[in-house]
Write a new protein. Sequence first.
Length: 247
Amino acid sequence: MHGAYLHVDPADLTSPAVPIDLGALGLVPGYTIGIESSGDWHAGPGGDTQTNLLAVFSGSAILLGPTLPHRVPGAIDSSIDNFSGGTWPGNEPTEIPEDFTVGRPGISIVIPAGATHLFVTPADIYCRDNSDPDGDLGVTITLLSTTSVPGGGPGGGRLELSARPNPFTSESSIAFQLVEAANLRLTIHDPAGRLMRTLRAGRLEAGNHVARWDGRDESGPRVPAGIYFASLRGGGHVEATRLVLIR
């Protein structure tokens, strides 16, 4: 499935899309996720060189037939639009307001209300090969932020994070409180969901905790100025806060 989820040649369905069940990944509307393409795909005789993917959120797992004018009947607007023109064979329109482009580096996006599935496919309006001979084409989805944790965190309490100072230039202190002991992981990610640093990992006792981030990645070098996310995971719950690093 490619084009813009609209009419494509049935003989050219060499990279069909499958619905990604967001709920199975613990993702719900309102969460901010990072989406990034991985691997590459064909777009003609040049071999596997293309990396951009086209994506759309949907309220169902239904994907209609390739000759129909709108193949994702449950498509939901993501607020980020990929404008595409006509297809190469027949100049058929491919523009729909709900689709968006995913590449490398990836993007951060809020799961829209009503979304239960995500479709991803090669972003090709020319209806060419679109195959993946080495089988490495894929997508990485990372939870970046959530402000609502259903059911609360370990011990019935929220995993609330706070960072001070924020913005910061050299170091920020990330504080959180646990109602009871729990196995937790505190990490720093960039907006594309890439892991920058693991600050805490393992069992922590109840009480107040503070971890400090000095703006460096796992191997030691300073990361560029920009927006980052501190994510605390534990007991099936996630809480995150945004950090702004300035130089």
